[in-house]
Every structure is written in C-alpha cells, then in structure tokens.
Design a protein around this ligand. Structure first.
Ligand code: GLP
Length: 233
C-alpha cells in the first residue's frame, strides 16, 4: 500500500487528479467510481481538468435500494451532478436500486463488471472500515449483493437526508472480490472521523471485520489521507 499524506481534502483531490491522469495516459478505459463526501474534491478537479472520458466507461460501486435515479440522494443523481453532466462517459453503470427483483439486478451488475475490466477503482472508507457498502463481515470474495446497512452507516449518512428515518435501510453493492479485481485501487479518507478506520486498514490484521484491510493484499493500492485521517498511523 502506498500512502500519500496531504494537508487537506483539496490537496487530496489534486493528488487524485494526477492518478487519474496517469491512468488515462496508460490507456485505462474503465473507471470504478465511488460516492459520498470524500470524492467530491476529486470530482471537482476532474471537472476542471482537460481530461476527456467520452471513450471510457464508468462502473459505480453501489446504490441505495428504493431511491429512483432522480432522487437527490440517489448515487445516480450524485454522479450526474458531481461528474457526468460535465464529463460524460461513453457508458456509465450504477446498480438499479428500483429493480423489482434485486437478485436478478445483482446478477446483471456482475455481468457488467465481467464485461469491463476496471483499470482504476476509486474508493472511500466508512467509519467502520466499509468499502462500497460492504459492511464488516462481508466476505472478501463477494460479488454484487443486497446489503442491510448497519446502524453506524445509517447514522453517518443521515447528514445528507432531512431525517435519519429517511436513509434507506438497504443497498446494492459491488462485492469485495470484484473490487479487488481492479488493476489499481485509489482510496481516499479525510477527517478525524476516519482516523481509526484508516489505522486498522493500513496497520491492523487483514480481517473481514475491517473490509478495507484487504487492500493490504492488493498489488497496487494507493491511499490518499489528510493529516486528520492519518493521525493514528
Ligand atoms: C458510504 C458509501 C461509501 C463511502 C463511505 C464513506 O456509505 N457507500 O462508498 O465510501 O460510505 O462516505 P463519506 O465519503 O461520505 O464519508
């Protein structure tokens, strides 16, 4: 794991831009993308940059169950607002959280992942060490699946909703096995609330209790942290 420590999320976004540029230069055509507060500065840098993704494909990690794509807290909406409306891709895939049959939707998404090898996968990290919506205990070889969100994730994400009760209780997430297939993984973490999870990910045992700890076994994982998130390293 390569650790890049930056002053703040703004500097982190600039460091991430360099990694996206390098990926484009070596011919990466499929980008795995993430949502949440963390990648916002990265997307802002991508939008300001001269990078063009019109010959590329994006595959997002996850989506809430029950929110239509035009709901302002759906990840489809987030991606449109933060990136796609300024930087369109040839195709952009997200799980469909409105699918009537979630098992069929997970299988459809696995086929999309199988058809497009991810060259660079962007990740955030949950306060409990989750990646995507792979909560603690998720199998390291998992594929796309339906997830019951933990209380801690619901509380953490409540800041984006009017009320905690409005946060969906379920999601569809790419599995850890699929995430680990990417040629390169870039995980960003900012703020003191991520310091424990970052320390466990980098220095703790590799355990399904801390999903992000599996990145210790990835051959090309880069972690960008600000000083607050690096405080316990
Ligand atoms: C969310 C998302 C993750 C994200 C993480 C951290 O629940 N499903 O993909 O990385 O939790 O979110 P944030 O960046 O807002 O702290």
């Amino acid at each position: 794991m390569k650790i890049i420590t930056v002053k703040d999320p703004l500097a982190g976004g600039k460091a991430a831009l360099d990694i996206f540029k390098a990926a484009k230069e070596r011919g990466v055509k499929t980008f795995g993308l993430a949502t949440g507060g963390t990648p916002e500065t990265t997307y802002a840098e991508l939008v300001k940059s001269d990078l063009d993704f019109q010959d590329c494909v994006s595959i997002n990690l996850d989506e809430y169950v029950g929110l239509p794509a035009d709901h302002d807290q759906s990840y489809a909406y987030y991606m449109h607002e933060h990136l796609f409306k300024a930087k369109p891709f040839a195709a952009s895939y997200l799980p469909n959280g409105m699918a009537s049959d979630l098992a069929t939707e997970c299988a459809r998404y696995d086929q999309i992942i199988a058809d497009h090898h991810v060259g660079l996968q962007l990740l955030g990290i949950g306060r409990n060490g989750h990646i995507g919506f792979n909560e603690p205990g998720s199998p390291f070889d998992g594929t796309t699946h339906e997830v019951a969100l933990t209380k801690s994730t619901i509380v953490a994400n409540a800041r984006f909703f009017d009320r905690e009760a409005d946060v969906p209780k379920q999601a569809i997430s790419m599995g850890i096995g699929s995430i680990m297939q990417a040629d390169q993984i870039l995980l960003e973490a900012y703020g003191e609330k991520k310091a424990d999870a970052v320390a466990k990910m980098v220095q703790g045992p590799v355990t399904e209790t801390v999903p992000a700890s599996i990145l210790q076994r990835h051959p090309d994982a880069i972690v960008i942290v600000d000083e607050a998130a690096a405080a316990k390293l």
